[in-house]
Design a protein around this ligand. Structure first.
Ligand SMILES: O=C([O-])CC(=O)C(=O)O
Ligand SMILES: [Mg+2]
Length: 219
């Protein structure tokens, strides 16, 4: 789609629908069952962080902030009740994203049966790369996502391992939430999630197509 770029998604007012537990090896590492329908949650648009806009900030009181590297799908045109067959025509491009997660907050929420937003939606919890065009990523279901902390390998997974692929996710999500141009869908993280602390440097990438770096600091 010509003229479609980062401006259309990393801006206020666009929603972010995230998919949890979409890689079997990540479900296993956190002792979670593999879902039989996509598991959805939302992140607010205030959570966005771009590479030039400062560090990831550890929320006050959090002692276990985790990185989760994910492929983000940027929506180009309104989708509501789209079929699996037509879903990809609504994709404008992609972005690499980190679904930063306060794991200690999340565990507390889970044990109390409460929603997760404080663990997943805090300010700076959504670092994103530049916008990636569809032409740059012709095979979104066969690319390696990786994440390192201070140069040490943490995550490496191939998007072909997704439990629910992108068209299946978009069809399911658009039956619940109308997806609008600029919305972002996070497709879940592969195994290897782990803690970061103030002073760490997270680097993440898509194979050798793209890489980005985010510093971590205390809020
Ligand atoms: O917090 C979790 O484990 C769920 C999630 O976001 C993911 O699987 O990407
Ligand atoms: Mg995630």
């Amino acid at each position: 789609m010509t003229g479609f770029n980062l401006r259309h998604f990393a801006q206020h007012g666009k929603k972010v629908v995230a998919v949890g537990r979409n890689y079997r090896d990540h479900c296993a590492e956190l002792n979670n069952a593999v879902p039989t329908t996509p598991m959805l949650f939302m992140k607010p648009s205030s959570a966005y962080l771009t590479e030039s806009s400062g560090p990831i900030l550890i929320p006050r009181g959090c002692t276990d902030l985790h990185h989760e590297v994910e492929l983000g799908v940027v929506i180009a045109s309104e989708c509501r009740d789209v079929s699996v067959d037509t879903a990809m025509s609504h994709v404008g491009g992609y972005a690499l994203a980190l679904d930063m997660t306060a794991r200690d907050f999340q565990e507390k929420c889970k044990s109390k049966g409460q929603p997760w937003e404080i663990a997943k939606g805090f300010d700076t919890s959504l670092p994103v790369s530049r916008f990636i065009t569809k032409e740059e990523l012709p095979e979104p279901h066969n690319v390696v996502l990786w994440c390192k902390v201070n140069g040490e390998d943490r995550q490496r997974g191939n998007t072909r391992e997704m439990v629910f692929n992108i068209p299946t996710l978009l069809s399911y999500i658009s039956g619940i939430f109308t997806l609008q141009p600029g919305d972002l869908v996070l497709t879940g993280t592969p195994a290897g999630v782990g803690p970061v602390k103030a002073g760490d440097l997270i680097s993440c990438g898509i194979a050798d197509l793209l890489q980005c770096q985010f510093a971590v600091a205390q809020r």
